[in-house]
Design a protein around this ligand. Structure first.
Ligand code: PEP
Length: 250
């Protein structure tokens, strides 16, 4: 059985004071039935890892470089993220694909580096509104999946997050049928490429305007193994009901 995962992406939000939210979240969920992950900005990784020591919460980064070290000013390697005490890294988020012109090939190289360093890679995929309206969603998702995921993926080192670009931070959420269609497609593609064992063990997260009041409906969709949450992960008060809904569905 796949263990469910509630992952929070803080994006470029949070200074040291925000770690009080992580402490509050840990107090609210001392022994959850699901995994809980917070991905703060890079400067907070080490302190966040110290903050969650002994709790049920894990820490992840929001990006890594594909090289282990070298002349890449401003970048962070997968080894550095591991060394800071994190276990996961979000890769290929649509904001990085848009703001930093990251291609799926670049995401694949980063995911390979992350996996080789011992991190689990949360690879993000998603169609734009124009692509959905042109009925190209599955073509886009299928292409991103095959190009962004390296061959060394397993159920332990890979998580896929389906995040429709038009749902991120907008309050718009696809219907359960639309989410189920994409997640079922992703599951079939993973099984076809990696075999049933690995294909069935990779967790598939939904992301895009998940809140406490829509989480239970989303978590009831087949092949939804949790959520990647942006805005509603910034405070314990907002994230805790999502974690609780996932816990109930587990
Ligand atoms: C995200 O950025 O990964 C995300 C899902 O954001 P939000 O939950 O704010 O839509």
């Amino acid at each position: 059985m796949r263990r469910k995962l509630a992952a929070g992406n803080w994006k470029m939000n949070g200074t040291g004071a925000a770690l009080a939210e992580v402490q509050a979240l840990a107090r609210a969920h001392p022994s959850p039935n699901c995994d809980i992950l917070i991905c703060p900005p890079a400067p907070l990784l080490h302190r966040a890892a110290q903050t969650v020591a002994g709790t049920a919460i894990a820490i992840g980064a929001q990006d890594c470089h594909a090289e282990p070290s070298g002349a890449h000013t401003g970048d962070t390697s997968a080894e550095m993220i591991m060394d800071a005490g994190a276990q996961h890294v979000i890769l290929g988020h649509s904001e990085r694909r848009a703001d930093h012109h990251e291609t799926s090939e670049m995401v694949r190289a980063k995911a390979r580096a992350a996996m080789q360093a011992g991190l689990s890679a949360i690879v993000c995929l998603g169609e734009t509104l124009a692509q959905r309206e042109a009925a190209n969603t599955l073509d886009i998702i299928g292409g991103q999946l095959s190009e962004s995921v390296p061959d060394l993926a397993t159920g332990e080192n890979l998580v896929i997050a389906y995040e429709p670009v038009w749902a991120i931070g907008t309050g718009r959420v696809p219907s359960p049928e639309q989410i189920g269609e994409v997640h079922g497609f992703l599951r079939a593609r993973l099984e076809a490429r990696f075999g049933a064992g690995v294909g069935r063990s990779v967790r598939l997260l939904y992301g895009g305007s998940v809140k406490g009041d829509n989480a239970a409906e989303i978590f009831a969709v087949p092949n939804v193994d949790g959520a990647l949450v942006g805005g509603a992960s910034l405070t314990a008060a907002d994230f805790s009901p999502i974690v609780a809904a996932l816990d109930d569905s587990a």
